[in-house]
Design a protein around this ligand. Structure first.
Ligand SMILES: Nc1ncnc2c1ncn2[C@@H]1O[C@H](COP(=O)(O)OP(=O)(O)OP(=O)(O)O)[C@@H](O)[C@H]1O
Ligand SMILES: [Mg+2]
Length: 226
């Protein structure tokens, strides 16, 4: 089954299209890396897949639900099934790690479950942060913060995780650790991952690496030369 199907996806902000009749298919459970030069449309594509923008032209189906020609309610429902990790995580500085992860569960409509806290603790443990539950966000290192962001994005088992330069602010060792944490949690939950990163050293963690250029998918390769 395909988690994402884009057909002829075209999108622009006024001055000519940024995405030009882009076609893409991502299998359920796949770990896909997306690369390409600055401004080629990677973030635009992620925000469309994540239902953070409406589709202008073409067809986009995510987790079996069409996102073209749908209303706000359908986009909200799609966002509930999706986790997001960005380079500059929007974690609350004054909340603890556990509270920040709970925010993710709230967004997924699951924070009132009796097992909600246990789910958040398990998510933190799976990214190597057992014991840090009560630590305030502003008392954590950059890598630890990003791992909290990953736990928040993946708690409650979203079927899809979209990550835009999730390790961009980290040194390479921490970046690799954060990537490994994201991948193992996603694998355990069967989550499809689409990750934008410029760092080719991280690509070995993926099933497939694709390159974008001029608003289209330019190449796909299974293996990436280091
Ligand atoms: N909200 C916006 N309003 C107007 N133009 C935008 C907007 N967002 C992106 N663009 C333009 O669309 C093009 C693609 O931007 P996008 O952010 O998708 O690129 P990107 O591949 O993610 O780049 P980077 O690697 O620098 O993050 C760029 O030319 C950018 O200036
Ligand atoms: Mg971008």
């Amino acid at each position: 089954m395909a988690a994402i199907i884009a057909r002829g996806l075209t999108h622009g902000y006024g001055e000519g299209p940024v995405l030009r009749a882009l076609d893409l298919e991502v299998a359920a459970g796949e770990v896909l890396f997306l690369m390409g030069p600055s401004g080629c449309g990677k973030t635009t594509l992620l925000t469309l897949i994540g239902a953070l923008r409406s589709v202008q032209q073409g067809e986009l189906t995510v987790l079996g639900h069409a996102l073209h020609g749908v209303d706000d309610a359908a986009r909200v429902a799609s966002r509930r099934r999706t986790g997001f990790v960005f380079q500059h995580h929007n974690l609350h500085r004054s909340l603890t790690a556990l509270q920040n992860v709970m925010v993710g569960l709230e967004a997924r409509g699951q924070s009132r479950l009796p097992q909600a806290e246990a789910m958040c603790r398990a998510a933190l443990a799976s990214v190597g942060l057992a014991g840090f539950e009560a630590r305030r966000q502003d008392k954590l290192s950059g890598g630890q913060r990003q791992r909290v962001a990953i736990a928040r994005a993946l708690v409650g088992g979203p079927q899809l995780l979209l990550a835009d330069e999730p390790t961009g602010a980290l040194d390479s060792t921490t970046g690799r650790e954060v990537m490994a944490a994201m991948r193992s949690l996603a694998r355990a939950q069967g989550t499809t991952l689409v990750i934008v990163t410029h760092d080719p050293r991280l690509h070995e963690a993926g099933d497939r690496v694709i390159a974008m250029e001029d608003g289209q998918i330019r190449s796909m390769r299974k293996e990436f030369a280091l």
